[in-house]
Design a protein around this ligand. Structure first.
Ligand code: 4NP
Length: 198
């Protein structure tokens, strides 16, 4: 005989509010900062390329993305016109305004990606001075198709330089995103504080 499930049936599940300790913590987005010298060519392009990938994968809510320069000459300016035009031809819009990196960035961002040796040295120095905990890595270390030690500065060169920058950035940002997704999968969402630097 099959009895209808009733209030005493142990198999009948009653929806219950989860206990307080089981409430999921609000997910903390991984905070990523791209850095170059002037913040008008390479790092705004890296920011745009990375945001473009996030939009394509519907992952915008998992990341907070920004860019900055180690120098302050162009603060407040939009990205270089040549860089914006080259990015637009690939369907990528660059909307950022230049700003200079500050000590607080090394406490706020989980990952700082630098374009060349000079940026890496300047950001590492600032991190030491400010005891910032962001993980600082050369962006090209995430390339999977290109073997390049740096993203070359295109500012004083010709149109080809901007295309070369975008080729490298598309490769590196795809590799970076794959590695950060893997990191989130392994460790869960990041804490509110950046990790201790290696
Ligand atoms: P970025 O390029 O570091 O990729 O933004 C540069 C932009 C401006 C200058 C140098 C590099 N500048 O000397 O004004």
């Amino acid at each position: 005989m099959i009895l209808p499930a009733g209030p005493n049936d142990p198999l009948e599940t009653t929806p219950m509010a989860p206990p307080d300790h089981a409430v999921e913590p609000a997910a903390v987005p991984t905070r990523v900062l791209f850095v170059c010298l002037g913040n008008i060519c390479r790092s705004p392009a890296a920011e745009g390329v990375f945001l473009h990938l996030l939009a394509r994968e519907d992952l915008e809510h998992h990341f907070q993305v920004d860019s900055a320069g180690t120098g302050g000459w162009h603060v407040g300016s939009p990205a270089d016109r040549r860089m914006r035009a080259a990015a637009a031809r690939r369907g990528i819009e660059l909307t950022s305004r230049a700003r200079q990196i500050e000590a607080a960035d090394l406490h706020h961002f989980h990952h700082v990606l630098t374009m060349d040796e000079e940026n890496l040295a300047a950001v590492s120095r600032l991190a030491r001075q400010s005891e910032g905990r962001a993980r600082i890595t050369p962006l090209t270390s995430h390339c999977r198709r290109h073997a390049a030690p740096a993203v070359p500065d295109p500012y004083y060169g010709g149109a080809d330089g901007f295309e070369e920058v975008l080729d490298l950035l598309e490769d590196a940002c795809a590799g970076l995103l794959a590695s950060l997704i893997e990191e989130q999968r392994r460790l869960g969402p990041p804490g509110t504080d950046p990790p201790i630097r290696r």
